[in-house]
Design a protein around this ligand. Structure first.
Ligand code: NDP
Length: 397
């Protein structure tokens, strides 16, 4: 049905391209392009059922991207590079005339700041060009937005309280490693916390608010309030929400390493001079940390991510908890990557599949919760991320 070009060749791309190849009736031609071509070749070599083309591209360079689009003629570009490249890839999509999907919102390189404003500003241009841009189509953001839209469509007249809970109860047996790009991950976690309440954003010191929450099949885990980008779009798209928060679990070892990394200046994102050469400490750190895409082999345990929602149905207050648990080992056996890459790459493929089938296709720039959640929820069950619902349980929040 369509030609897909995936940009980026990290952990998330590894899973997404594998899953795309497993849906070859929809994705007729596949290309993966990234800064380092050998990583694209490795992904392509592991896929036996269809041929995957590869190419080298600098996704910061709009002209290079447009030349690549002219050569491959994609119907959809999936951006699985880094958030820094979102705008250059969107510019190239407009210049060539192709639709766009990503899993993380734009972030300027010199400031750890997540905001949809930069990408929402492309809405008119995509609309006029008749092109679709689907933003934030991983797990969180991504599935969490679809869960919320599904809850609003089927279970609530009014969603009032939304808590997104993200638990990783896995063990990769390394002293310290991040589950996705270390630079993006550390920038996200060390920024100030923020949540939405009564029409206002409220700030907290980084990771200063925390409490134990019980996760299905896992048990209690200390969960930390932090800002996450889907809070911005969900509070806008569901204006009945009175409070929206995001919680993520961290182990003590991880937090201790993070504190040391910050205290010794290795989390800095500004360039410093080293031996006459400018380097950015956090980029140097990334180069010596384990590659998140390679953590899968010894990864045990599972992730559990979901939405805990309180609101009104037929005038009565109800609670609802929808979640997925994903085993790192099962993800590894299927795709060679760990659960966090898996839970991001599978939804990216599903969004792309629904676009190719013209189900999630409308000119403009959209967050996932602005599309019909039902076909996406069906695909989640079929593509390896089954979900479960609990009604009128204690949400603990
Ligand atoms: P990786 O660091 O493993 O992979 C990123 C890839 O992008 C690498 O192959 C890298 O190339 C490539 N890349 C970086 N810069 C450029 C450039 N200028 N031109 C071309 N290619 C480039 O990251 P992950 O796979 O872990 O994450 C991918 C994306 O998914 C990130 O944006 C991340 O924020 C997002 N994500 C979203 C989640 C969600 O639930 N929504 C959860 C987890 C991640 P090279 O190999 O040469 O370094």
């Amino acid at each position: 049905m369509g030609r897909v070009l995936v940009i980026g060749a990290g952990g998330v791309s590894t899973v997404a391209v594998k899953k795309i190849a497993m849906n070859a009736d929809v994705f007729t031609d596949i290309m993966v392009a990234s800064r380092t071509k050998s990583k694209c070749d490795k992904i392509a070599d592991d896929i036996k059922n269809v041929k995957v083309q590869t190419a080298q591209v600098d996704a910061d360079n709009v002209d290079e991207l447009v030349a690549l689009f002219n050569a491959f003629k994609p119907d959809l570009v999936i951006n699985l590079a880094l958030p820094y490249q979102d705008l250059s890839i969107m510019d190239a999509c407009l210049a060539y005339g192709v639709s766009y999907l990503d899993t993380a919102n734009y972030e300027p390189l010199d400031e750890a700041k997540y905001e949809y404003s930069w990408q929402w500003a492309y809405k008119d241009r995509f609309e006029k060009a008749g092109l679709t841009a689907i933003l934030g189509c991983g797990f969180d953001p991504g599935v969490t937005g679809v869960y919320t839209a599904y809850a609003a469509k089927h279970h609530f007249d009014e969603i009032q309280y939304l808590d997104i809970v993200d638990c990783n109860a896995g063990d990769h047996h390394k002293a310290f490693a991040t589950n996705f790009n270390p630079e993006i991950n550390i920038r996200e976690i060390t920024q100030r916390g923020k949540y939405f309440e009564d029409g206002q954003w409220k700030d907290t010191d980084p990771l200063s608010v925390h409490k134990p929450l019980n996760y299905p099949n896992i048990g209690p885990k200390e969960s930390y309030l932090m800002y996450h980008e889907e809070l911005e779009s969900l509070t806008k798209n569901f204006p009945t929400i009175k409070r929206a928060r995001f919680w993520m679990t961290f182990g003590q070892e991880y937090l201790t390493h993070l504190r040391v990394i910050q205290n010794i200046g290795m989390a800095r994102i500004d360039p410093i001079l080293y031996n006459g050469q400018e380097i950015v400490p956090i980029q140097f750190l990334k180069a010596v940390l384990p590659n998140p895409g390679d953590l899968g082999e010894n990864y045990t345990g599972e992730t559990s991510i979901g939405c805990r929602i309180r609101g009104l149905k037929d005038g009565k207050e109800i609670t609802y908890y929808v979640y997925n648990n994903c085993s790192h080992h099962a993800a590894y056996l299927e795709t060679g990557a760990q659960g966090v890459s898996y839970t991001t790459g599978v939804p990216a493929m599903i969004g792309a599949k629904l676009f190719m089938k013209s189900i999630w296709k409308k000119p403009g720039v959209w967050n996932v919760e602005e599309f019909d959640p039902d076909p996406f929820m069906k695909e989640l069950n079929e593509q390896g991320l089954p979900w479960h619902e609990l009604f009128n349980v204690d949400l603990e929040l």
